[in-house]
Design a protein around this ligand. Structure first.
Ligand SMILES: NC(=O)c1ccc[n+]([C@@H]2O[C@H](COP(=O)([O-])OP(=O)(O)OC[C@H]3O[C@@H](n4cnc5c(N)ncnc54)[C@H](OP(=O)(O)O)[C@@H]3O)[C@@H](O)[C@H]2O)c1
Length: 243
């Protein structure tokens, strides 16, 4: 039950929770980290930070998970790996009647179909004993974030299916964070981010939002524990427990 010496691909390892997963995986003795994302500068910064810390071999690759041709080229060039983490999934606000139809489609495409495509490519490259860990989410309601809600339910169904389809060779799970301060909100005004944080401080029984390290450690656990399969692990302070 260890990721010691393992090759770990993190699609979305250049920022936020994914970068924290990379840091924790390196500290836990991962042998090789392959960080992927769209933005070259973010990838370079993440690479340089992890390479300076020393330990794992660190490589980067550019990929747009919303583009099948880009995904195909990315997976064609990947070596066999032990674990893959996907941080892919856009979010939205608004209900089924109020939100823009194109946005609803895009977010379901981003959260669900992009990760189905990642799973299909990854299935051919994963080593026996490996795992896939996707990023779902919790804390939202269908009437406030309709496509995010559908997408998260889709990811949770995806890992239940993959938990059978990939077995016994490999496992699949998802981590479900609730609203967390990360660079995901980089384009939202700081005052609005703070107002949302205050809202979630009230909604979460523990009275605060998570740190990125608290969320990231769930991915490392799901990679390392060889008998957790097909699960969606909430790291949300119990946000859905209150009315
Ligand atoms: N933060 C929250 O409140 C929260 C709550 C629940 C769920 N989530 C989920 O957590 C994930 C975001 O993680 P984060 O909060 O740590 O945000 P983040 O700091 O923005 O990190 C997202 C990472 O994913 C990469 N990425 C995004 N879209 C991509 C694409 N199409 N192709 C390839 N790489 C892509 C980004 O790199 P590039 O942009 O350079 O491609 C970046 O490395 C999403 O799946 C989101 O739905 C977040």
């Amino acid at each position: 039950m260890s990721i010691q010496g393992r090759t770990i691909v993190i699609v979305g390892g250049s920022s936020g929770i994914g970068l924290h997963v990379a840091r924790q995986a390196q500290a836990a003795g991962a042998g090789r980290l392959i960080l992927a994302g769209r933005d070259a500068q973010r990838l370079r910064q993440a690479h340089d930070e992890l390479a300076a810390a020393g330990g794992a071999q660190v490589d980067t690759a550019r990929v747009d998970a919303h583009d099948e041709a880009s995904l195909q080229a990315f997976f064609d060039a990947l070596p066999a790996f032990d674990h893959l983490v996907s941080m892919v999934g856009d979010a939205m606000g608004g209900g089924f009647l109020s939100a823009d139809y194109a946005t609803i489609r895009h977010v379901i495409e981003s959260k669900f179909f992009a990760n189905v495509r990642i799973a299909r490519h990854a299935a051919g490259k994963i080593n026996p004993g490996g795992s896939l860990v996707f990023t779902s989410g919790t804390g939202g309601r269908a009437q406030d974030a309709c496509a995010s809600y559908v997408g998260n339910a889709g990811i949770n169904a995806l890992v239940e299916a993959l938990g059978v389809e990939l077995a016994p060779k490999a496992r699949a799970n998802s981590v479900c964070p609730t609203w967390t301060v990360t660079p995901f909100w980089r384009e939202v005004p700081a005052a609005q981010v703070e107002a949302t944080r205050q809202h979630f401080n009230q909604a979460i029984p523990l009275g605060r939002t998570a740190t990125m390290d608290e969320v990231a450690s769930a991915y490392v656990f799901l990679m390392a524990n060889d008998f957790v399969n097909g699960q969606h692990l909430g790291v949300d302070g119990g946000v859905m427990l209150k009315g």
